[in-house]
Every structure is written in C-alpha cells, then in structure tokens.
Design a protein around this ligand. Structure first.
Ligand code: NDP
Length: 274
C-alpha cells in the first residue's frame, strides 16, 4: 500500500491527509470499526465527545499495540461544555475515555453563535496546547467572521477548521480564507454521507478508472489538498476508501467534479446550531 500523504499544520505538527471518522457509530461497535481501520493502515482517527464513542476508540487504540507516536487522534469539545468553567473538565473527560495522555488535535466542535462563548473557550484550548496535552488545536464549523474574531482576540491561529465539504458543497470562500491564513481545511461528511455517490460524472469517472464512486470522491479531496476522514463500519469499504493511491484524476475529471457544487448540506448549519 502506498503511504498516506501528510499535511504539515501551521505549528509544524504533521497530520495524515486521510483518516477515519466515527460519527454515528455506537460505542460498542466503534472498537471493531477502529480496529478494522488500523488494520487497513489508517493512523488518524476522528471522534468527538458528543459521539459517545471515545471509550470505544480508546479500546481499539490500546488493543492495536501501535506506538502512540504513530497515531493521530482528534476529538472535539461539545457545545454544552464551552466556556472557561467547563471546557477544561470536558477535555480531561475526553482524555480519560480515550485512555490517552494527550490528543494530537483538539477542536471546538461548533461556533454555537447564540452562546457567544467560543472566544473564551479558545483561550482554554490555548492553555491545553501550552500544557502539551494537545499537540495542535483548532475549530470545526467556524465561518469566516468567526475565524476573524478569533484572529482579533486570541493568540494562536487554529491549525485546522473541520467543515462540511464534499463535491456538492465546496466551500470556496472558507477554503480561500484558510489558504490565506495558514489554516488547514479538513472535510467532514466527505462522501456527503453517500449523497454524491450516484452523481453521473462521479459514476462515469469511477468506471473509467475501474474504482468505486467513493474512491473517486476521496481522491478528489486529496488532490484538492484537503484533509479527509471518510466513515464506514463496513470492513471492505474501510479498506476501499484507503486504496486510492493507484490512480489519479485528470484536470478534466477534477473540473467535472468541481461542477457538482450545489450548496447541499447533509448536516447542520453553523448559523443555527447552538
Ligand atoms: P461520510 O461522508 O464519511 O459518509 C459515511 C457514509 O457513507 C456511511 O453511510 C457509509 O456506510 C457510507 N460509505 C462509506 N464508504 C463507502 C464506500 N466506499 N462506498 C459506499 N458507501 C460508503 O459521512 P460522515 O458524516 O460520517 O463524515 C465522516 C466523518 O466526519 C465523521 O465520521 C466524523 O468523524 C466527521 N464529522 C464531523 C462533523 C463535525 O461537525 N465536525 C459532522 C459530521 C461528521 P457504512 O458505514 O454503512 O459502510
């Protein structure tokens, strides 16, 4: 298997460009799914406190016998735990459930604008970063004005903004802002939870390379320079989503996928999720 490419984050920390997500996987099924992913060759795992499966992730990590430094573990702070009174305890609880001394990336899950606590919360993440218990910190679902506000009021540029991004929602404005400010773009629901896998151009490109539509979409993300974390609980798909280094999309094919942008959200809108 070809090695997974890395992205160097703005603080020098190296992150695999292709990882494994576990949203909506029940805790008791998560250990098997993550074990399958590690067996297939994934080393980056994306979870969150709200997924309720950090324990399941931790069990798979411990059972794998892989050296900690070979793994890249991301988790996220839930909205209810924003604010300086709660965020640190929530981080401690996540570490405890994961069975880890540190995470590689810790994210504020949503800006939750009606709470108006993310600037204060980010200050807690900066302290966690300084303590060495997160190797990098960042945000998720932040909009351009949220990122500008962090810039004005905090000292550490987020290493990553993890956003909904797939062929049907290409997020050009945010990606341009990230590129300008050294923030890595990480795509959640990179397969649009399956909603783009029947799109004509994707099916056609898959046929011409002898690969699956999901492999075309993962490849499109990699060639676009985004970090991508497809989820599956199906061992064959888990392997397939990583087997994307034996073909390349041409410029014409990249353009054809770019043409599928249609503002389709499969998840919540950051304007209204609180
Ligand atoms: P994805 O876009 O990764 O799609 C997952 C769905 O696609 C599942 O139904 C899966 O089925 C199916 N699938 C996976 N691989 C294939 C394949 N090769 N062929 C056909 N179908 C396939 O959705 P997610 O929403 O899970 O997003 C990925 C990750 O992003 C999450 O797990 C989570 O880590 C993160 N995320 C973060 C959010 C945030 O707010 N920060 C929000 C949402 C997600 P099956 O499992 O049955 O095989």
């Amino acid at each position: 298997m070809t090695a997974i490419p890395n992205v160097t984050l703005n603080n020098g920390v190296v992150m695999p460009q292709l990882g494994f997500g576990v949203f909506q996987v029940p805790d008791e099924e998560t250990t098997a799914a993550v074990a399958s992913a590690l067996e297939a060759g994934y080393r980056s795992i994306d979870t969150a406190a709200i997924y309720g499966n950090e324990r399941g992730v931790g069990k798979a990590l411990a059972a794998s016998g892989l050296p900690r430094e070979d793994l890249f573990i991301t988790t996220k702070l839930w909205n209810d735990d924003q604010g300086k009174d709660k965020a640190l305890a929530a981080f401690d609880a996540s570490l405890d459930k994961l069975g880890l001394d540190y995470v590689d990336l810790y994210l504020i899950h949503w800006p939750a604008p009606a709470r108006d606590l993310y600037v204060e919360t980010y200050g807690v993440l900066e302290k966690i970063l300084a303590s060495g218990r997160a190797r990098a910190v960042g945000v998720s679902n932040f909009r351009v004005p949220d990122l500008r506000r962090l810039q004005q009021h905090t000292g550490v540029t987020p290493a990553v903004n993890q956003i909904e991004l797939h062929p049907a929602l290409q997020q050009h404005e945010l990606r341009a802002f990230h590129a300008e400010h050294g923030i890595a773009t990480e795509a959640w629901s990179p397969l649009a939870q399956g909603a783009v896998l029947q799109d004509g151009p994707i099916v056609e490109i898959a046929g011409s390379h002898g690969v699956s539509p999901a492999q075309v979409v993962v490849r499109w993300h990699l060639q676009s320079g985004t970090i991508v974390i497809p989820k599956s609980v199906t061992p064959e798909r888990i392997r397939q989503n990583l087997d994307v280094f034996g073909f390349e999309l041409s410029d014409t094919e990249m353009t054809a996928v770019a043409g599928l942008d249609r503002g389709l959200r499969t998840g919540p809108n950051p304007d209204t999720l609180n």
